[in-house]
Design a protein around this ligand. Structure first.
Ligand SMILES: NC(=O)c1ccc[n+]([C@@H]2O[C@H](COP(=O)([O-])OP(=O)(O)OC[C@H]3O[C@@H](n4cnc5c(N)ncnc54)[C@H](OP(=O)(O)O)[C@@H]3O)[C@@H](O)[C@H]2O)c1
Length: 307
Protein backbone atom coordinates (compact mmCIF):
# COMPACT_ATOMS: atom_id res chain seq x y z
CA UNK A 1 0.00 0.00 0.00
CA UNK A 2 1.32 3.42 -0.90
CA UNK A 3 2.22 5.57 2.07
CA UNK A 4 1.70 8.65 -0.12
CA UNK A 5 -2.06 8.31 0.08
CA UNK A 6 -1.97 9.39 3.69
CA UNK A 7 -1.94 13.13 4.08
CA UNK A 8 0.29 14.84 6.59
CA UNK A 9 -0.79 16.77 9.63
CA UNK A 10 -3.12 19.69 8.97
CA UNK A 11 -2.22 23.32 9.34
CA UNK A 12 -2.09 24.44 12.94
CA UNK A 13 -1.05 21.03 14.11
CA UNK A 14 2.00 20.07 16.10
CA UNK A 15 4.78 18.60 13.92
CA UNK A 16 5.19 14.91 14.55
CA UNK A 17 8.21 13.90 16.52
CA UNK A 18 9.12 11.83 19.50
CA UNK A 19 8.42 8.27 20.45
CA UNK A 20 4.99 6.73 20.00
CA UNK A 21 3.99 3.26 21.13
CA UNK A 22 1.37 1.37 19.09
CA UNK A 23 -0.04 -1.88 20.47
CA UNK A 24 -1.37 -4.65 18.24
CA UNK A 25 1.05 -3.71 15.45
CA UNK A 26 1.44 -7.24 14.05
CA UNK A 27 -1.49 -6.90 11.68
CA UNK A 28 -4.35 -4.83 10.33
CA UNK A 29 -4.85 -1.31 11.60
CA UNK A 30 -2.00 -1.34 14.13
CA UNK A 31 0.53 -2.42 11.53
CA UNK A 32 -0.56 0.27 9.09
CA UNK A 33 -0.57 2.86 11.85
CA UNK A 34 2.95 1.98 13.04
CA UNK A 35 4.38 2.21 9.52
CA UNK A 36 2.54 5.42 8.75
CA UNK A 37 3.58 7.15 11.97
CA UNK A 38 7.17 6.17 11.26
CA UNK A 39 6.79 7.60 7.76
CA UNK A 40 5.47 10.85 9.23
CA UNK A 41 8.48 11.35 11.46
CA UNK A 42 7.72 9.64 14.73
CA UNK A 43 10.01 7.24 16.48
CA UNK A 44 7.73 4.20 16.63
CA UNK A 45 7.78 1.41 19.14
CA UNK A 46 5.53 -1.29 17.69
CA UNK A 47 3.99 -3.67 20.22
CA UNK A 48 3.70 -7.23 18.92
CA UNK A 49 3.13 -10.54 20.67
CA UNK A 50 5.61 -12.59 18.64
CA UNK A 51 9.20 -11.83 17.69
CA UNK A 52 8.60 -13.02 14.13
CA UNK A 53 5.87 -10.41 13.66
CA UNK A 54 8.27 -7.73 14.89
CA UNK A 55 10.99 -8.92 12.51
CA UNK A 56 8.52 -8.87 9.61
CA UNK A 57 7.53 -5.32 10.50
CA UNK A 58 11.18 -4.30 10.51
CA UNK A 59 11.53 -5.52 6.94
CA UNK A 60 8.59 -3.27 5.99
CA UNK A 61 9.93 -0.22 7.83
CA UNK A 62 11.44 2.31 5.44
CA UNK A 63 12.95 5.01 7.62
CA UNK A 64 14.89 3.33 10.40
CA UNK A 65 12.67 4.93 13.04
CA UNK A 66 10.67 1.82 13.89
CA UNK A 67 11.52 -0.66 16.62
CA UNK A 68 9.40 -3.40 18.05
CA UNK A 69 8.90 -4.85 21.47
CA UNK A 70 7.02 -7.95 22.53
CA UNK A 71 3.97 -6.96 24.58
CA UNK A 72 0.96 -8.95 25.65
CA UNK A 73 -1.22 -6.27 27.17
CA UNK A 74 -2.90 -8.80 29.47
CA UNK A 75 0.44 -9.71 31.03
CA UNK A 76 1.51 -7.23 33.71
CA UNK A 77 5.20 -8.17 33.51
CA UNK A 78 5.25 -7.56 29.78
CA UNK A 79 3.43 -4.23 30.18
CA UNK A 80 5.91 -3.14 32.84
CA UNK A 81 8.85 -4.22 30.68
CA UNK A 82 7.53 -2.02 27.88
CA UNK A 83 7.41 1.03 30.17
CA UNK A 84 10.97 0.31 31.36
CA UNK A 85 12.17 0.03 27.78
CA UNK A 86 10.64 3.40 26.87
CA UNK A 87 12.11 4.95 30.02
CA UNK A 88 15.60 3.62 29.24
CA UNK A 89 15.58 4.54 25.58
CA UNK A 90 13.69 7.84 25.45
CA UNK A 91 12.82 8.92 28.99
CA UNK A 92 9.34 9.99 27.85
CA UNK A 93 6.53 9.11 25.48
CA UNK A 94 4.83 11.39 22.96
CA UNK A 95 1.92 9.06 22.22
CA UNK A 96 0.35 5.78 23.26
CA UNK A 97 -1.98 4.22 20.70
CA UNK A 98 -4.07 1.56 22.42
CA UNK A 99 -5.07 -0.40 19.35
CA UNK A 100 -4.69 -4.10 20.26
CA UNK A 101 -7.99 -5.90 20.34
CA UNK A 102 -9.96 -9.07 19.84
CA UNK A 103 -13.59 -9.71 19.03
CA UNK A 104 -15.50 -12.51 20.75
CA UNK A 105 -18.62 -12.92 18.61
CA UNK A 106 -21.79 -14.88 19.20
CA UNK A 107 -25.12 -14.64 20.98
CA UNK A 108 -24.51 -13.80 24.63
CA UNK A 109 -26.18 -17.10 25.60
CA UNK A 110 -23.31 -18.88 23.82
CA UNK A 111 -20.48 -16.93 25.45
CA UNK A 112 -19.19 -18.36 28.71
CA UNK A 113 -17.61 -16.43 31.54
CA UNK A 114 -14.09 -17.26 30.46
CA UNK A 115 -14.62 -15.93 26.93
CA UNK A 116 -16.39 -12.83 28.21
CA UNK A 117 -13.58 -12.13 30.65
CA UNK A 118 -11.02 -12.61 27.85
CA UNK A 119 -12.86 -10.04 25.74
CA UNK A 120 -12.81 -7.49 28.56
CA UNK A 121 -9.30 -8.43 29.63
CA UNK A 122 -7.78 -7.63 26.23
CA UNK A 123 -9.97 -4.73 25.09
CA UNK A 124 -10.39 -2.94 28.41
CA UNK A 125 -8.28 -4.12 31.36
CA UNK A 126 -5.13 -4.54 29.25
CA UNK A 127 -5.41 -1.02 27.90
CA UNK A 128 -5.84 0.43 31.36
CA UNK A 129 -2.72 -1.47 32.43
CA UNK A 130 -0.81 0.02 29.48
CA UNK A 131 -2.05 3.51 30.28
CA UNK A 132 -1.19 3.28 33.97
CA UNK A 133 2.30 1.93 33.31
CA UNK A 134 3.12 4.58 30.69
CA UNK A 135 1.47 7.62 32.26
CA UNK A 136 4.57 8.94 34.04
CA UNK A 137 6.35 8.87 30.66
CA UNK A 138 3.44 10.54 28.88
CA UNK A 139 3.20 13.25 31.53
CA UNK A 140 6.87 14.05 31.07
CA UNK A 141 6.30 14.70 27.34
CA UNK A 142 2.83 16.31 27.43
CA UNK A 143 1.93 13.15 25.58
CA UNK A 144 -1.30 11.90 24.09
CA UNK A 145 -3.31 8.76 24.52
CA UNK A 146 -5.30 7.46 21.57
CA UNK A 147 -7.80 4.76 22.44
CA UNK A 148 -9.09 2.78 19.48
CA UNK A 149 -12.73 1.82 19.99
CA UNK A 150 -15.39 1.15 17.36
CA UNK A 151 -18.72 2.34 16.01
CA UNK A 152 -20.05 -0.39 18.32
CA UNK A 153 -18.89 1.61 21.33
CA UNK A 154 -22.12 3.58 21.09
CA UNK A 155 -24.63 0.99 19.85
CA UNK A 156 -24.81 -2.63 21.00
CA UNK A 157 -25.27 -4.93 18.05
CA UNK A 158 -26.84 -8.38 18.51
CA UNK A 159 -24.30 -11.22 18.24
CA UNK A 160 -21.51 -8.78 19.06
CA UNK A 161 -22.73 -8.14 22.60
CA UNK A 162 -19.45 -9.04 24.33
CA UNK A 163 -17.44 -6.93 21.90
CA UNK A 164 -19.89 -4.02 22.19
CA UNK A 165 -19.72 -4.26 26.00
CA UNK A 166 -15.92 -3.96 25.80
CA UNK A 167 -16.14 -1.01 23.41
CA UNK A 168 -18.70 0.78 25.61
CA UNK A 169 -16.35 0.23 28.55
CA UNK A 170 -13.38 1.58 26.61
CA UNK A 171 -15.40 4.65 25.62
CA UNK A 172 -16.33 5.28 29.26
CA UNK A 173 -12.74 4.73 30.34
CA UNK A 174 -11.60 7.24 27.73
CA UNK A 175 -14.14 9.88 28.81
CA UNK A 176 -13.18 9.57 32.47
CA UNK A 177 -9.45 9.59 31.69
CA UNK A 178 -9.78 12.62 29.45
CA UNK A 179 -11.39 14.51 32.31
CA UNK A 180 -8.95 13.25 34.93
CA UNK A 181 -5.80 13.82 32.88
CA UNK A 182 -6.76 17.08 31.18
CA UNK A 183 -5.30 19.22 33.97
CA UNK A 184 -2.00 17.33 33.74
CA UNK A 185 -1.51 18.13 30.03
CA UNK A 186 -2.03 14.57 28.81
CA UNK A 187 -4.75 14.51 26.13
CA UNK A 188 -6.96 11.50 25.59
CA UNK A 189 -8.74 10.94 22.28
CA UNK A 190 -10.85 8.11 20.97
CA UNK A 191 -10.48 6.94 17.39
CA UNK A 192 -13.54 4.90 16.42
CA UNK A 193 -13.19 2.99 13.16
CA UNK A 194 -16.11 1.67 11.17
CA UNK A 195 -15.77 -1.54 9.17
CA UNK A 196 -12.31 -1.81 7.62
CA UNK A 197 -11.04 -4.92 5.87
CA UNK A 198 -8.37 -6.46 8.10
CA UNK A 199 -7.64 -9.99 9.37
CA UNK A 200 -10.02 -9.38 12.29
CA UNK A 201 -12.99 -10.29 10.11
CA UNK A 202 -11.71 -13.78 9.28
CA UNK A 203 -10.98 -14.29 12.97
CA UNK A 204 -14.53 -13.19 13.84
CA UNK A 205 -16.10 -15.61 11.37
CA UNK A 206 -13.97 -18.46 12.71
CA UNK A 207 -14.67 -17.59 16.34
CA UNK A 208 -18.41 -17.28 15.65
CA UNK A 209 -18.49 -20.79 14.19
CA UNK A 210 -16.49 -22.04 17.18
CA UNK A 211 -18.93 -20.41 19.61
CA UNK A 212 -21.74 -22.38 17.98
CA UNK A 213 -19.72 -25.60 18.07
CA UNK A 214 -18.99 -25.10 21.78
CA UNK A 215 -22.63 -24.49 22.68
CA UNK A 216 -25.10 -27.21 23.62
CA UNK A 217 -26.88 -28.25 20.37
CA UNK A 218 -30.42 -27.27 21.43
CA UNK A 219 -29.23 -23.74 22.19
CA UNK A 220 -26.87 -23.51 19.20
CA UNK A 221 -29.75 -24.56 17.00
CA UNK A 222 -31.73 -21.51 18.05
CA UNK A 223 -29.08 -19.19 16.72
CA UNK A 224 -27.23 -21.07 13.98
CA UNK A 225 -28.97 -19.68 10.88
CA UNK A 226 -29.15 -16.14 12.19
CA UNK A 227 -25.54 -16.07 13.35
CA UNK A 228 -24.20 -17.57 10.14
CA UNK A 229 -26.13 -15.03 8.05
CA UNK A 230 -24.85 -12.27 10.32
CA UNK A 231 -21.22 -13.37 10.04
CA UNK A 232 -21.52 -13.61 6.28
CA UNK A 233 -23.10 -10.16 6.08
CA UNK A 234 -20.34 -8.76 8.28
CA UNK A 235 -17.60 -10.20 6.10
CA UNK A 236 -19.28 -8.76 3.00
CA UNK A 237 -19.66 -5.38 4.67
CA UNK A 238 -15.95 -5.35 5.50
CA UNK A 239 -15.01 -6.31 1.94
CA UNK A 240 -17.25 -3.60 0.51
CA UNK A 241 -16.07 -0.94 2.94
CA UNK A 242 -14.46 2.10 1.40
CA UNK A 243 -12.63 2.95 4.60
CA UNK A 244 -9.05 1.73 4.48
CA UNK A 245 -6.34 1.09 7.06
CA UNK A 246 -4.64 4.21 5.62
CA UNK A 247 -7.73 6.27 6.52
CA UNK A 248 -7.46 4.91 10.02
CA UNK A 249 -3.74 5.72 10.24
CA UNK A 250 -4.41 9.24 9.03
CA UNK A 251 -7.05 9.68 11.73
CA UNK A 252 -4.66 8.51 14.44
CA UNK A 253 -2.06 10.92 13.06
CA UNK A 254 -4.55 13.74 13.48
CA UNK A 255 -5.34 12.73 17.04
CA UNK A 256 -1.62 12.80 17.80
CA UNK A 257 -0.84 16.08 16.05
CA UNK A 258 -3.92 18.34 16.00
CA UNK A 259 -3.16 21.51 17.90
CA UNK A 260 -6.47 21.07 19.72
CA UNK A 261 -7.09 17.34 19.79
CA UNK A 262 -10.71 16.27 19.80
CA UNK A 263 -12.26 13.92 22.28
CA UNK A 264 -13.43 11.67 19.46
CA UNK A 265 -12.47 10.99 15.86
CA UNK A 266 -14.26 8.70 13.43
CA UNK A 267 -12.54 6.59 10.80
CA UNK A 268 -15.41 5.72 8.49
CA UNK A 269 -18.83 7.23 7.89
CA UNK A 270 -20.55 4.07 9.16
CA UNK A 271 -19.04 4.46 12.64
CA UNK A 272 -20.19 8.06 12.86
CA UNK A 273 -23.65 7.13 11.54
CA UNK A 274 -24.04 4.33 14.07
CA UNK A 275 -23.17 6.64 16.95
CA UNK A 276 -25.55 9.31 15.69
CA UNK A 277 -28.41 6.82 15.37
CA UNK A 278 -27.77 5.53 18.88
CA UNK A 279 -27.85 9.08 20.20
CA UNK A 280 -30.94 10.22 18.36
CA UNK A 281 -33.22 7.19 18.07
CA UNK A 282 -35.37 6.05 20.97
CA UNK A 283 -34.72 2.43 21.97
CA UNK A 284 -37.76 0.92 20.20
CA UNK A 285 -36.69 2.46 16.89
CA UNK A 286 -33.09 1.38 17.39
CA UNK A 287 -34.30 -2.14 18.24
CA UNK A 288 -36.27 -2.18 15.01
CA UNK A 289 -33.13 -1.44 12.98
CA UNK A 290 -31.49 -4.56 14.37
CA UNK A 291 -34.50 -6.81 13.84
CA UNK A 292 -33.22 -8.03 10.49
CA UNK A 293 -30.16 -9.46 12.26
CA UNK A 294 -32.23 -11.56 14.64
CA UNK A 295 -35.12 -12.39 12.30
CA UNK A 296 -33.85 -15.95 11.86
CA UNK A 297 -33.42 -16.66 15.56
CA UNK A 298 -35.55 -19.73 16.25
CA UNK A 299 -37.84 -20.55 19.08
CA UNK A 300 -37.32 -23.64 21.23
CA UNK A 301 -39.60 -25.45 18.74
CA UNK A 302 -37.11 -24.87 15.92
CA UNK A 303 -34.01 -25.73 17.92
CA UNK A 304 -31.41 -28.09 16.48
CA UNK A 305 -32.97 -31.54 16.93
CA UNK A 306 -29.57 -33.19 17.53
CA UNK A 307 -29.13 -34.41 21.11
N1 LIG B 1 -11.06 -3.70 11.36
C1 LIG B 1 -12.21 -3.17 11.72
O1 LIG B 1 -13.18 -3.18 10.93
C2 LIG B 1 -12.36 -2.54 13.07
C3 LIG B 1 -13.54 -1.82 13.32
C4 LIG B 1 -13.71 -1.22 14.56
C5 LIG B 1 -12.72 -1.34 15.52
N2 LIG B 1 -11.59 -2.06 15.27
C6 LIG B 1 -10.60 -2.14 16.34
O2 LIG B 1 -9.33 -1.85 15.81
C7 LIG B 1 -8.32 -2.54 16.53
C8 LIG B 1 -7.40 -3.27 15.55
O3 LIG B 1 -8.19 -4.20 14.83
P1 LIG B 1 -7.72 -4.87 13.47
O4 LIG B 1 -8.88 -4.84 12.56
O5 LIG B 1 -6.43 -4.35 13.04
O6 LIG B 1 -7.58 -6.40 13.98
P2 LIG B 1 -6.40 -7.48 13.80
O7 LIG B 1 -5.83 -7.40 12.43
O8 LIG B 1 -6.99 -8.75 14.27
O9 LIG B 1 -5.28 -6.97 14.82
C9 LIG B 1 -5.47 -7.09 16.20
C10 LIG B 1 -4.12 -6.85 16.85
O10 LIG B 1 -4.29 -6.91 18.29
C11 LIG B 1 -3.28 -7.79 18.77
N3 LIG B 1 -3.62 -8.40 20.07
C12 LIG B 1 -4.63 -9.25 20.34
N4 LIG B 1 -4.59 -9.62 21.64
C13 LIG B 1 -3.53 -8.98 22.18
C14 LIG B 1 -2.93 -8.95 23.46
N5 LIG B 1 -3.44 -9.68 24.50
N6 LIG B 1 -1.84 -8.19 23.68
C15 LIG B 1 -1.31 -7.46 22.67
N7 LIG B 1 -1.80 -7.46 21.41
C16 LIG B 1 -2.89 -8.21 21.18
C17 LIG B 1 -3.10 -8.81 17.69
O11 LIG B 1 -1.87 -9.50 17.88
P3 LIG B 1 -1.69 -11.04 17.35
O12 LIG B 1 -1.46 -10.93 15.86
O13 LIG B 1 -0.50 -11.51 18.10
O14 LIG B 1 -2.94 -11.78 17.68
C18 LIG B 1 -3.10 -7.91 16.47
O15 LIG B 1 -1.85 -7.30 16.32
C19 LIG B 1 -9.03 -3.46 17.50
O16 LIG B 1 -9.03 -2.88 18.78
C20 LIG B 1 -10.46 -3.53 16.94
O17 LIG B 1 -11.41 -3.73 17.95
C21 LIG B 1 -11.39 -2.66 14.06
Amino acid sequence: MSRNRVRGPRRGSIPPYGPVLVTGASSGLGRECALELEHRGFQVLAGVRREEDGEKLLTESQHGRLRYTVIDITDDASVQASAELVEDRWGGLRGLVNNAGICVPGPLECIDGEQFRRQLDVNVVGHLAMIRAHLPLLRRSNGRIVNVTSGLGKAAVPFLGAYSAAQFAKEALSDALRRELGPTGVHVSVVAPGAILTPIWTKVSRAGEQALADTAPPVAGLYRSALQAFLEGNAQQAMASRTTPEDFARTVLRALTDARPRARYWAGADARRMARLARLLPDPLLDRRFRAVTALVGTPGTADPRP
